[in-house]
Design a protein around this ligand. Structure first.
Ligand code: BGC
Length: 390
């Protein structure tokens, strides 16, 4: 257990979330970039310039101010900070200092993720999450980030959705390194839990009083007859094993999007019901469900660090967010210790293998000029968060 003095903001956090690779552009020194540019992968197009947020971060932050939000979840790119093993790029760290300072100047609390899906090429070339030293490497990286940026971090997230990194990279084979083995999936999950602990402990040993936690992907699951055992084993690997190691963290991040239906043959790909652009079930009820499930495991504060919908129909997004905030209100009314909600995402950004087609943003981005245009859902979110009561 930590003896570190941890300070939570004394107000509810209303924010929006992004990740470096998906918006910054120029993340060429990563496993993802190489994957997108290789033949025969699941990636439909390369990320390229993203939303050019490496250069336009002040514009993004001004939008957040206009939206009346008090916090912003962003990530720093390991491949920029440690482009070669053991070499730390001071210019990249200085850039991120400027971004975090620009948040504080605007009274926006920066929620900083240290790892969001991408790894530097050198790490991938040495075996990535299957290398026995991966937790040591990520711990060292976290120490550097803590020392360089700790005084500016509002809240830290170690590894974004480690269970998705393991699932998509090592079981379904859709993300790099495109492997498909239950055994490797399980080994990588274990490695990622060790990475989280190493990063958390490294951050705790550096200056700062900000809370540190892990943002976990959670789902509501429905088992069709014959799918019960599979649901139990998926939940065990994807959620329960993580929820058992985060009890000593300062908070837990919960991220959810939908309900997953599992039959005896596995995942039901296009389940019956209203679907989103990603082919997911339209299921804002998952917010209430996952928050309650998380709270049944842990005794630490919870933050919903991601929730949203990919859709071209902004009215559908508003309906989704309405349902999500209703669920949030229900759990707050019941006394669950939930400290914040982060809508995914501020901008229409690079949606991994799907490229730029899915639209998760409350702000549209012109792919040619990078001009940002808030959608009606942005005004809706502003209004909903400023008048929220439960
Ligand atoms: C990830 C994001 C992604 C979002 C929507 C989350 O799993 O953290 O990077 O864009 O879901 O699919």
């Amino acid at each position: 257990m930590t003896t570190r003095d941890v300070r939570f903001p004394n107000h509810f956090l209303w924010g929006t979330a992004t990740s470096a690779y998906q918006i910054e552009g120029g993340g060429t020194n990563t496993d993802w970039s190489r994957y997108e540019l290789s033949e025969g992968t699941h990636a439909v197009e390369p990320c390229g310039p993203g939303c050019d947020s490496w250069n336009r971060y002040e514009e993004d932050l001004d939008l957040i101010v206009e939206l009346g939000l008090n916090s912003f979840r962003l990530s720093v790119e390991w491949a920029r900070i440690e482009p070669k093993q053991g070499f730390y790029d001071q210019e990249a760290l200085l850039h991120y200092r400027k971004v975090l300072e620009a948040c504080h100047v605007r009274a926006i609390l920066p929620v900083v993720t240290l790892h969001h899906f991408t790894i530097p090429l050198w790490t991938a070339d040495l075996g990535g999450f299957e290398h026995p030293d991966i937790a040591t490497w990520m711990g060292e990286y976290a120490k550097v980030v803590g020392e360089a940026l700790g005084d500016l971090i509002g809240i830290a997230c170690t590894v974004n959705e480690p269970n998705i990194v393991a699932l998509m990279g090592y079981l379904t084979g859709v993300f790099p390194p495109a492997q498909s083995s239950w055994e490797r999936f399980s080994i990588v999950n274990r490695a990622l839990r060790a990475c989280h602990v190493a990063m958390r402990d490294a951050l705790r040993a550096t200056p700062g009083t900000y809370p540190i936690g892990l943002p976990l992907s959670m789902n509501e699951y429905e088992a069709l007859p014959g799918g019960e055992d599979l649901v139990a084993s998926i939940r065990h690997e994807m959620e329960d094993e993580y929820l058992r190691v985060v009890g000593d963290d300062d908070y837990l991040g919960v991220q959810c999007y939908t309900k997953i239906v599992i039959g005896p043959e596995g995942l039901v790909v296009r389940p019956e019901g209203e679907l989103t652009e990603m082919g997911y079930l339209f299921w804002p009820e998952s917010v209430e469900y996952t928050l309650r499930r998380a709270a049944s495991f842990v005794d630490i504060p919870i933050i919903m660090t991601e929730n949203g919908i990919g859709t071209d129909d902004d009215r559908q997004r508003i309906r989704y967010l309405e349902g999500a905030l209703e669920g949030l209100g229900n759990v707050l009314r019941d006394g669950l210790d939930v400290r914040g909600y982060f809508q995914w995402s501020l901008l229409d950004n690079f949606e991994w293998t799907f490229g730029y087609r899915p639209k998760f943003g409350i702000v549209a981005v012109d792919r040619a000029t990078f001009a940002r245009t808030p959608k009606p859902s942005a005004a809706w979110y502003r209004n909903a968060t400023s008048s929220f009561s439960y």
